[in-house]
Design a protein around this ligand. Structure first.
Ligand code: FPP
Ligand code: FPP
Ligand code: MG
Ligand code: MG
Length: 362
């Protein structure tokens, strides 16, 4: 048994707590427009995905409750706008966290994040013309593009209402910025210049916007809801964790696009090149085999481009390993950030989750 497997199992810890998730999500997304709630509910009920994001938020909520109240002097509480005071007027700590208003709001944040994520996936499959998701047909295939656009919009609108209900303007601002980042990432991906398509830094920046931003802002928001001040070391450690975790997650996702089969992924494989996108493995292959550069720049749009690039990737002894190293590098940075939080069961479960993210097969 390796050492990591002796750490607490992240999914087990939150299993019971995420149980009512489906029920309440059902309520949250029901409308008098059956087609919209059907499209939305469908995703939460039958094919609910890995639920990485609510799992992270839930664990982070527990991990920050175990943090010393470094920032909890009177003056600082006010400017977070958070209610880290329970009904009895005491600070929320691990001991009384579970029944607190703070805990309830952090749980809601997890739901909001998953709703935003699902909204973005529904839209993403329209943009990417991907026909499958989570092991079944994508929403736009089941219904139509029009319904998929509206279902995504609807989920986003509902998420905004729930976000406002947290009554924490700092958190609203941060999460609204996360939405802006998602769109910025997609646009970047769509509009990259040929030069940018070849650059590792552009690839990483785009990955930050489209993937890491949501989780890193969610992590900071969890700390703020927990009563930690905006600039506190706790909130910063949380955000840094989310940043590197998100990048590690996306790099692993891009590796799996080449190495895993569609039936395992529950979505199309080898999809990125078909969309004209070069991700870490191909970028490293292009560094080794410069004849790939023009192919990357023209988004593989000539006849044998994809085949040529794939062959080079499989021929390379280093490209895939370098991509794995890059994911590992960010996972290590995520771990470093976590280790700045005091030891707790939840923190250790997050450590294990980081390892799971870079070793996952789907
Ligand atoms: C999946 O990436 C997609 C995203 C991470 C973000 C998509 C964002 C938008 C469509 C902007 C609109 C946002 C909202 C909130 C409605 P991918 O295509 O690389 O991954 P995949 O292989 O899972 O499809
Ligand atoms: C599919 O998410 C979406 C993507 C691969 C786009 C990337 C978005 C993220 C990776 C967010 C960052 C997440 C973490 C955990 C740091 P998915 O594979 O989670 O889809 P699922 O919800 O259907 O499992
Ligand atoms: Mg896609
Ligand atoms: Mg996409």
């Amino acid at each position: 048994k390796n050492k990591i497997e002796t750490l607490p199992d992240p999914f087990k810890i939150v299993e019971k707590e995420l149980q009512p998730f489906s029920d309440s999500i059902k309520e949250l997304v029901s409308t008098d427009q059956p087609i919209l709630s059907m499209a939305a509910k469908h995703f939460f009920e039958k094919r609910h995905g890995k639920r990485f994001r609510p799992t992270i938020v839930q664990l982070m909520a527990k991990a920050v409750a175990a943090c010393p109240p470094e920032t909890m002097r009177g003056d600082r509480w006010e400017d977070t706008g958070a209610s880290r005071i329970n009904l009895e007027g005491g600070a929320v700590t691990t001991a009384n966290h579970k029944d607190s208003d703070v805990w309830r709001k952090q749980g809601q944040l997890g739901q909001i994040v998953e709703m935003i994520h699902v909204a973005s996936l529904i839209h993403d499959d329209v943009l990417d013309e991907a026909d499958t998701r989570r092991g079944g047909e994508a929403v736009h295939k089941l219904y139509s593009n029009k319904v998929a656009v509206l279902a995504g919009d609807y989920l986003l609108a509902r998420a905004s209402v729930l976000l406002a209900r947290l009554e924490n303007t700092a958190v609203v601002q941060i999460m609204a910025t996360a939405l802006e980042s998602l769109v910025a990432g997609e646009i970047m991906q769509l509009k990259s210049s040929p030069e940018e398509l070849l650059q590792m830094t552009s690839y990483l920046r785009k990955s930050y916007y489209k993937t890491a931003s949501l989780i890193c802002y969610a992590c900071r928001s969890t700390a703020l809801l927990g009563g930690h001040a905006y600039g506190s070391t706790v909130a910063t450690a949380c955000e840094e964790f989310g940043f590197h975790m998100g990048l590690a997650f996306q790099i692993q996702d891009d590796i799996l696009d080449f190495t895993a089969a569609a039936d395992i992924l529950g979505k199309p494989a080898l999809a990125d090149m078909s969309l004209g996108l070069s991700t870490a493995p191909i970028l490293y292959a292009a560094q080794e085999f410069p004849h790939l550069e023009p192919l990357v720049k023209r988004r593989f749009k000539e006849k044998n481009d994809k085949q040529t690039a794939l062959e080079a990737l499989y021929k390379s002894d280093t490209a895939m390993d370098k991509a794995k190293e890059l994911a590992k590098f960010h996972a290590q940075r995520a771990v470093d950030a976590l280790l700045r939080l005091p030891q707790s069961e939840a923190r250790d479960a997050l450590l294990r989750l980081t390892y799971i993210v870079i070793t996952r097969k789907k």
